[in-house]
Ligand binder design. Sequence first.
Ligand SMILES: NC(=O)c1ccc[n+]([C@@H]2O[C@H](COP(=O)([O-])OP(=O)(O)OC[C@H]3O[C@@H](n4cnc5c(N)ncnc54)[C@H](OP(=O)(O)O)[C@@H]3O)[C@@H](O)[C@H]2O)c1
Length: 250
Amino acid sequence: MSTILVTGGTGTLGRPVVERLRQAGHPVRVLSRHPHPEDRSAFAVDLRRGTGLTRALHGVDTVVHCASTPTGGDITAATHLIRALRRAEVAHVVYISIVGVDRIPLGYYRTKHTVERALEASGLGWTVLRATQFHDLLVRLFQATARLPLMPVPDVDVQPVDTDEVASRLALLAQEPPAGRVADMCGPRVESLRELAGVYLDRTGTRRTTVPVRVPGTTFAAFRAGHHLAPDRAVGRVTFAEFLDRHPIE
Ligand SMILES: NC(=O)c1ccc[n+]([C@@H]2O[C@H](COP(=O)([O-])OP(=O)(O)OC[C@H]3O[C@@H](n4cnc5c(N)ncnc54)[C@H](OP(=O)(O)O)[C@@H]3O)[C@@H](O)[C@H]2O)c1
């Protein structure tokens, strides 16, 4: 059995990854910024600082890198991580990225693409999986916008995927040899965000009028062009409606 460390192992995606790897019998360490003194497998490290990484990585065979701070610092974090992985002679790093990071000029996506390239050039054994937006992310978006009396919804299509399905795939990849960039993982359907907002309002019993919004600029033009979608990789099974049925929202 390999010792596997999951960065961001307390997050939406990281938690089910940790669960699946433990179910498969691997000793798993969890890295995040916040200490969990009751848990001996938890390591509190802010990757943007890197302090404590050497101890966390000692004896680790594989790292699944799920940690991310969308407000900034992921490139610095990846630089610290790659340096420490080389020092610790970790054989394999698996990274979760997003479909379209190389085609959509959103700052966060550019950052993720830079991290992908840093891993490719690192000399480490690496695997990169790109996925589309998680159902959870749409829920958070709709929760925020439904607070407004009129609910604004950008006129874009999405292909959301189930986090648990992505976690299962990442966990499998972590147990296999480095594979480079693997086939994208996307949800079962391309649907308009407005349609899905309707599903959310219906399932949560919220009465709101949705207002289509055409966001100006190159980033949303790229989203409207569908550069974040991969209909030929619609391998996820759980639709957004099924996700809401399985995870009812108060
Ligand atoms: N959400 C989506 O729709 C989606 C789609 C495709 C790919 N992804 C990718 O999947 C990954 C996980 O996303 P998620 O939605 O699960 O994120 P999340 O729920 O926000 O979890 C982020 C995790 O990273 C940890 N973290 C954040 N900054 C850190 C730092 N500087 N040092 C150490 N740990 C740090 C957090 O724990 P602490 O707060 O305790 O530090 C948490 O465990 C990200 O790389 C994201 O880009 C997401």
